[in-house]
Write a protein that binds this ligand. Structure first.
Ligand SMILES: NC(=O)c1ccc[n+]([C@@H]2O[C@H](COP(=O)([O-])OP(=O)(O)OC[C@H]3O[C@@H](n4cnc5c(N)ncnc54)[C@H](OP(=O)(O)O)[C@@H]3O)[C@@H](O)[C@H]2O)c1
Length: 292
């Protein structure tokens, strides 16, 4: 039995679809959900759902009973980064208690200097979680996922087609953006093939792309000129404040923007392509699909 957490979310739901596409029987897949109200699309596929919350270790011990492989989708808790670490450690402890044999954990890509970067807190949570997992004695596979291409939509701004401008403090920084679904597909490759025990994989794209190129690609997809401007962090904050964006989101946008500027997600690696058996989707292909 393979149990996928975060199954009501974007990544987890795609992971379940790809397990089915790879021929894993419905009866051999289970999904962890926080609430019974969100199980409809899983029920329609015939997937067994188990109720559990990363904050409640006992709920996960019950949910993980009979599970051989666990795909642990990292926590999305936005209130405090320490909560994420605690959530992951709770899940690892619960898995050990329930007798899970193999944990596949979705971590995040790291580049040298991440400890002193603007994204350090977020990175440290993954570093600590990975460390705990490695020392737990359970067989693991760590997937250091690249930054989602889908994040480009938020960073470029919902109204980019109207304004014709991308305002984002990423300077000339680049990243090896990856399509979230392809990361989920790669995780299912790990779950359904052999020789991934106690390995850490970097799952990123093989091209680095910055916002100048993103603006060019959006321009060509829209058939309308889009320019890129990288304001100072203070200017950027003040623009978002005036637009009524909540403080928590402003903080997140600043962290992501400066982390891209610092090259914190700019790491090319061929592993994703090898797991997919094809070249990962490029930023241009993604932008053409979304904006055209
Ligand atoms: N690589 C990147 O660029 C990037 C970017 C953003 C996030 N991430 C990470 O990747 C993960 C998956 O991304 P995503 O796009 O699929 O996120 P998502 O759509 O927000 O899904 C998150 C999933 O985690 C579940 N979840 C959250 N807190 C939980 C808890 N306390 N107990 C049990 N389940 C919980 C959610 O359940 P509910 O439906 O009940 O809320 C949801 O199913 C995120 O959680 C985050 O850690 C990566």
């Amino acid at each position: 039995m393979i149990l996928v957490t975060g199954a009501t979310g974007n990544y987890g739901s795609k992971a379940i679809e790809h397990l089915l596409k790879k021929g894993v029987a419905v009866k051999d897949i289970a999904a962890l959900v926080r609430s019974e109200e969100k199980t409809q699309s899983l029920d329609e596929k015939g997937i067994t759902t188990k109720i559990g919350d990363y904050a409640d270790i006992d709920s996960m011990i019950r949910a993980f009973e009979g599970v051989d492989q666990l795909l642990l989708v990292s926590s999305s808790d936005r209130s405090a980064v320490e909560n994420r670490t605690k959530h992951h450690i709770n899940a690892f402890k619960a898995a050990k208690k329930a007798g899970v044999k193999h944990i596949v954990y979705t971590s995040f890509v790291r580049t040298p200097g991440h400890e002193d970067s603007d994204i350090a807190d977020f990175q440290n949570s993954h570093v600590e979680s990975e460390q705990f997992l490695k020392e737990s004695g359970i067989t693991y596979t760590i997937l250091q996922n690249g930054i989602y291409q889908e994040m480009i939509l938020a960073f470029a701004g919902e109204k980019v087609a109207e304004t014709g401008t991308i305002l984002f403090p990423a300077q000339k920084g680049k990243a090896t953006w990856v399509l979230r679904e392809e990361l989920a597909e790669a995780a299912t490759h790990v779950l359904t093939t052999k020789a991934h025990e106690n390995k850490t994989y970097i799952l990123t794209n093989t091209e680095s792309v910055g916002f100048k190129e993103i603006a060019k690609d959006i321009s060509s997809a829209l058939g309308k000129e889009v320019s890129y401007q990288s304001p100072s962090v203070d200017e950027f904050k003040s623009i978002l404040q005036k637009a009524g964006v909540p403080g928590m989101y402003i903080g997140m946008f600043v962290i992501w923007g400066t982390a891209v500027a610092q090259g914190m997600m700019d790491l090319k690696d061929p592993t994703l392509a090898s797991f997919l058996g094809r070249k990962p989707k490029t930023v241009k292909q993604f932008i053409d699909q979304v904006y055209a």
